[in-house]
Each structure stands twice: as structure tokens, then as C-alpha cells.
Unconditional design. Structure first.
Length: 147
């Protein structure tokens, strides 16, 4: 398995990464994804992709390194998705291990991610990967806001 980072403007973002990412984020269009990555890149957003031996994209992680008072320096995973056809083949494990290594190399104290409450298969995976459930995530939708 080959794991690579993709910069904004890379044509593989639309042709190879977006189809996998849309399995988790179906609302993303090509234009919206391009806009989000262009703006998010300035805030530290990065995308890492896992490719199978046949050159097919089988997994995607969106992540960033953040500094704050709760975790000090952390690698936060915005997105972690394995293509449906490649699930339970080790893709998620390899992507998560790659992010953990990057976090350690970057001096992070934690690797964090949020997961929707209904994604029980993902939760089982995260627990197998030795992630702990340490917080509740609260959200308030702001109707009429930009975006």
C-alpha cells in the first residue's frame, strides 16, 4: 500500500480522492471540495490518500495539526474513510498508523477525531486501534449563516 499527501490543485483530488471521500461526505461536490481545501489548506488542512497495489485509491484522511489549551499540540482527523470495496483489508489501520507517526514526528501529544454517533462500525474500528472515547462533541446548527 502506498500512502501519499495531495496538495490543493492536484488533479487526483477530484478524480481519485473525492469519490472515496464522498462515501463519508456525500454532500461534497467537486467545486465545494476544491473551495474547502483551498481555504482549509491555509488553516493546516491536508489530505492523505492510500493507494492499493493496482494504483486505485482505497482510503482518504483529511487532517490538520492544531495547537490549543486542551490537548496542547494535536493532530486532528477531520475525515477518515476507506472505500467500501476495500473495507476490512487494513486500509484504515495503515492510514491511522501513518497519521499517528506524523503526529509523533510533529511533537503532538494526541491524535483526535470525532465520529458520528450512528457510525458503530467505525467506533468498533477506533476502539480496536486503541483510541479511547474521552469526550462528548456538541453541535448547534446556525441557520442562515454563510456556508
Amino acid at each position: 500500500m502506498k500512502i501519499i499527501d495531495l496538495e490543493p490543485g492536484d488533479p487526483r483530488l477530484a478524480t481519485e480522492i473525492l469519490p472515496v471521500l464522498r462515501e463519508l461526505r456525500p454532500h461534497l461536490t467537486e467545486d465545494l471540495f476544491r473551495e474547502v481545501y483551498a481555504e482549509g489548506h491555509d488553516q493546516g488542512l491536508r489530505f492523505t490518500a492510500a493507494y492499493a497495489e493496482d494504483g486505485c485509491c482505497v482510503g482518504v484522511a483529511g487532517w490538520r495539526i492544531m495547537v490549543g489549551t486542551s490537548a496542547l499540540r494535536q493532530l486532528y482527523v477531520d475525515d477518515l474513510v476507506t472505500a467500501e470495496a476495500a473495507r476490512s483489508t487494513g486500509v484504515g489501520h495503515h492510514l491511522l498508523a501513518s497519521l499517528e507517526e506524523r503526529a509523533r514526528e510533529s511533537g503532538c501529544y494526541e491524535l483526535r477525531l470525532d465520529s458520528g454517533t450512528r457510525r458503530t462500525d467505525a467506533h468498533r474500528f477506533y476502539l480496536r486501534e486503541r483510541l479511547d472515547i474521552t469526550a462528548f462533541h456538541f453541535t448547534k446548527e446556525l441557520k442562515g449563516s454563510a456556508g
